[in-house]
Design a protein around this ligand. Sequence first.
Ligand code: WQD
Length: 338
Amino acid sequence: MQTILVTGGCGYIGAHTLVDLMENGFDVISADNLSRASESSLLGVEKITGKKVKNYTVDLTHKKETEIIFKENPSIIGIIHFAAYKAVGESVEKPLDYYDNNIGSLVTLLQMAVEYNVKHFIFSSSCTVYGNPDVIPVTENTPFQMAASPYGATKQMGETIVRDASIAYPLSTILLRYFNPVGAHPSTAIGELPIGRPQNLVPAITQTAIGKLPKMQVHGDDYDTRDGSCIRDYIHVCDIAHAHTLALQFSIKQNTYKSCEVFNLGTGNGISVLEAIHAFEKVSGIKLNYEVGPRRAGDIVSIYANNDKAVKQLGWNCQYGLDEMMQTAWQWEQSLAK
Ligand code: WQD
């Protein structure tokens, strides 16, 4: 039995990854303290896969609590670590909460991996580690700039911690740098559940379209880009999820220990805020109520991925285009309204 521990399994990317792992023959366990997610996500996972997933509601910064998972599940061969706080603005207001939670949980899990001989460790990183890149698209060798927020700093530090652990201990580690995950599983059984007013673009679009928000703001259209709005690499959450399964299979097949590989998970296409809004309007048939407002502090002007390494080495190919990203996001929002 190949059991994979997915931390943050009740979260947006975590739940989609549980589905993909199960569809590819892995046995899975979730560990999620439910501070930012609901266990109802696992009901959605069960609806898609027909299988129940056990969740350990533990604080992953507490070693004794976390150790119970490993004592009770000796068949764990890999860990995919999603569990972390991820709100850029909140990290500026509460940096110590971010360092305590994001770094503390990572160190605890790596200690467990070493103590319980768990070889495969996949770390959820982010394109935010690049900061405002001088050259785009970014490759895995694009140098980091100073992190634009404590959230970004926890991802940069997290990569260093995983890399150092893979040098000292017999771990096969992989760092996955997500660009902008959007959309939802086509079944609409799982999707993004922002807490409070959505900070991210696509939930802001769909909540405005469904009437939960009266209107939305485009944070600036005076940037040096083709239409003045910021450019990002939006990527469907199911493509991100499948990349985790492929990365795990790659790590198991490679069978090398004391290794650390890094992959960009983006489509390679840069899309502007206004282009994303127009794509949504096209697939939904809804005229979105938005206005152009001031720039948002800390925003990167333009970033998108060179994903050649993941395509070539993981055999990964994005299945969803921008229209499907918007279509599934919209279907999910409509399902929430029912
Ligand atoms: C995208 C663009 C906004 C909302 C952050 C983190 C990243 C990841 C995803 C955690 C920007 C514009 C947004 C709105 C807008 N987080 N926008 N109006 O900032 O690229 O990435 O979230 O994993 O690590 O850095 O994503 O969706 O917030 O913004 O105009 O109501 O949409 O200004 O240009 P971002 P985003």
